[in-house]
Design a protein around this ligand. Structure first.
Ligand SMILES: C[S@@+](CC[C@H](N)C(=O)[O-])C[C@H]1O[C@@H](n2cnc3c(N)ncnc32)[C@H](O)[C@@H]1O
Length: 262
C-alpha cells in the first residue's frame, strides 16, 4: 500500500502534456504543408529529435543513427516482431502510446490492423487523433492510466473481441509500482491476450540497483512473476539485447518481454 502512495501520475501527466504539447503545436502549425502520412510522420519525428538521433543497438551492435535510419530501424524492428505474433488479433493495443508514434508507424505497414492507442496525456492523444482523422487510420485513441485499467476494460468489454495483442514501448517505465490487481482484472476478461513489451527493466532481472533515481518502474518483473506463479499468464521470452533505442540507462536496460494469458 505504501508503494502505491508514491505513484504521482498527475505530475507525470502534467510533464507529458507539456512535452507532447510542443509537438502538438508543431503539427497544428505545419500540418497543411503535408499531404502524405510518411512525410508528416517523419517531420514530427525530426522535430522531436531536434535534428540529431541517438545512437542505438540492435542485438548488441552499435549503430550511429541519423534521424532517418533511426526512425526506419525502429519501425522495422517493431513491425517485424508484431506482425509475426499478432495472429489475427482483433486489436493491437498500444499502452502508454505517447503521441502515437508506434501505433501510426505500425499502421503505415499494416493498414488493416485495428489499433487501440491508450495514453495518459491529452496532448499525446490529440496528436494521435490528428493523424488518425487526417489519414483515416484504424486507430482509436482512448484515455489510459497504468494505475487504473478501468477505461481499457470498459472499452474492451463492450466489444465483440476474442483476441488482442498488448504492446508497450518505454511506457510501463513511467509507472513506478504497477498494481498487480489491474492486470488480474484485465486478464479476467473472456479474451485471449498476448503481449510484447520493450521496457527498461533489465536491472530488475540482473538484480542490480535501481539505475534511474526517478519515478521509473521498479516492479514489472515482480508483477509478471506473481501472475505467472498463479498461472494467469506465461512469460515466453525475455531478451535484454534485441533492441536498445539509445545508449543511456533507459536504452541499455531495455528488455523485450513477451507473455500470453493462460
Ligand atoms: C517515454 S513515453 C513513450 C511513449 C510511446 N510508447 C513511444 O514509444 O513513443 C512514455 C509515455 O507514457 C505515458 N504515461 C506516463 N504515465 C502514464 C500512466 N500512468 N499511464 C499511462 N501512460 C502513462 C506518458 O504520457 C508518455 O506518453
Amino acid at each position: 500500500m505504501q508503494k502505491y502512495m508514491k505513484s504521482n501520475w498527475k505530475k507525470n501527466k502534467e510533464g507529458h502534456d507539456k512535452y507532447w504539447g510542443e509537438l502538438y503545436n508543431f503539427i497544428a502549425q505545419n500540418s497543411t504543408k503535408y499531404t502524405e502520412l510518411e512525410q508528416e510522420f517523419l517531420a514530427l519525428n525530426y522535430f522531436e529529435m531536434k535534428g540529431s538521433a541517438p545512437n542505438f543497438k540492435i542485438e548488441d551492435k552499435l549503430i550511429n543513427g541519423d534521424c532517418s535510419n533511426y526512425v526506419t530501424a525502429k519501425q522495422n524492428i517493431l513491425y517485424n516482431l508484431i506482425k509475426d505474433r499478432i495472429d489475427g488479433a482483433d486489436y493491437l493495443i498500444d499502452l502508454g502510446s505517447g503521441w502515437g508514434r508506434n501505433s501510426i508507424s505500425y499502421s503505415m505497414k499494416d493498414p488493416d490492423q485495428k489499433i487501440i492507442a491508450g495514453e495518459l496525456s491529452d496532448s499525446g492523444k490529440n496528436i494521435t487523433k490528428c493523424f488518425t482523422k487526417k489519414y483515416n487510420l484504424p486507430i482509436e485513441s482512448i484515455p489510459f492510466n497504468f494505475f487504473d485499467f478501468t477505461t481499457l476494460i470498459d472499452y474492451l468489454k463492450d466489444k465483440d473481441i476474442s483476441k488482442v495483442m498488448l504492446f508497450s514501448f518505454h511506457a510501463i517505465e513511467q509507472a513506478d509500482f504497477l498494481r498487480e490487481e489491474e492486470f488480474r482484472k484485465l486478464l479476467a476478461l473472456p479474451i485471449k491476450f498476448k503481449a510484447l513489451h520493450f521496457e527498461p527493466v533489465a536491472w530488475q532481472y540482473r538484480e542490480q540497483e535501481f539505475p534511474f533515481g526517478n519515478h521509473y518502474n521498479q516492479n514489472f518483473k515482480e508483477v509478471l512473476e506473481s501472475l505467472e506463479k498463479d498461472r494467469i499468464l506465461r512469460v515466453n521470452n525475455i531478451n535484454h539485447t534485441h533492441y536498445q533505442c539509445n545508449t543511456n540507462a533507459g536504452g541499455t536496460n531495455s528488455t523485450l518481454i513477451e507473455w500470453e494469458k493462460l
